[in-house]
Design a protein around this ligand. Structure first.
Ligand code: PGA
Length: 250
């Protein structure tokens, strides 16, 4: 399975940062991985024009409905129309700051799938849940509640992002990452069947040039979802360069 390195720009990026897209395209030209950048809505169309298919451009969220009186919302169809081919859904910042439940994420995933967008559905436990020994249960519940059971592996990606690792500089141990990723795979198989065998499971949370190589070599890790380090081309390029060739995967 080809790995996916996805950059999540969050609420960062003005037109002045658009040259970064060209720089990332160049940095990823010979990469064995698929590269995706998810800039804010306002930059998607221009980013897609610059990328011209060399890397994929995606959204960070989409609405449940296609059109209607939903002030401030952006539909999956609008993302597609602007040149996006993918969308991040259920990021913990959406779940926690905007009260998005599993049911909301599920409905958004269905809306995105109807438009043919690839979806990166994010899951992950809080620090309290990890300490309480509930990390695996939380991930299982989020998969069961957020992932449509008809999902096709070519358009479904899971992002495992423990909340305590996001933007904190703290990363779970290799054993912890592998344990959760294996569990996610098992939950996905139970939920969507054999399709799950080809779904990429990304690790996200404080991925940077110094830890990327060791994380990306772990079994069941299908790539990385990168926040902060996707905003500087040298850092993001180093993460891309850390992608192992197929034969070096454990
Ligand atoms: P981070 O963010 O790499 O800055 O920790 C990851 C994310 O929230 O997707």
């Amino acid at each position: 399975m080809q790995q996916l390195i996805a950059g999540n720009w969050k609420m960062h990026g003005l037109t002045g940062q658009l040259p970064l897209i060209e720089a990332i395209c160049r940095a990823s030209a010979r990469s064995p991985a698929d590269i995706l950048i998810c800039p804010p809505f306002t930059l998607i169309a221009r980013a897609a024009e610059i990328a011209a298919g060399r890397i994929a451009i995606g959204g960070q969220d989409c609405a449940i409905t296609e059109t209607g009186p939903c002030t401030g919302d952006v539909s999956a169809e609008m993302l597609k129309d602007a040149g996006a081919t993918a969308v991040i859904l259920g990021h913990s910042e959406r779940r926690h700051h905007h009260g998005e439940t599993n049911a909301v994420v599920f409905a958004k995933a269905q809306a995105a799938a109807e438009q043919g967008l690839s979806t990166i559905i994010c899951i992950g436990e809080t620090q309290g849940q990890r300490i309480a020994g509930a990390a695996l249960t939380v991930c299982a519940e989020q998969i069961a509640g957020s992932v449509p059971s008809q999902s096709h592996s070519s358009r479904l990606v899971i992002g495992y992002e423990p909340l305590w690792a996001i933007g904190s500089g703290v990363v779970p141990s290799a054993d912890e990452i592998v344990e959760v990723h294996r569990h996610i795979r098992a939950c996905l198989i139970a939920h969507i069947g054999a399709e799950a065998l080809n779904v990429r499971i990304l690790y996200g949370g404080s991925v940077n040039p110094s830890n990327a190589a060791s994380i990306l070599r772990l079994p069941e890790v299908g790539g990385a979802l990168v926040g902060g380090a996707s905003l500087a081309v040298t850092e993001f390029a180093s993460v891309i360069q850390a992608v192992p060739c197929q034969q070096n995967r454990s």
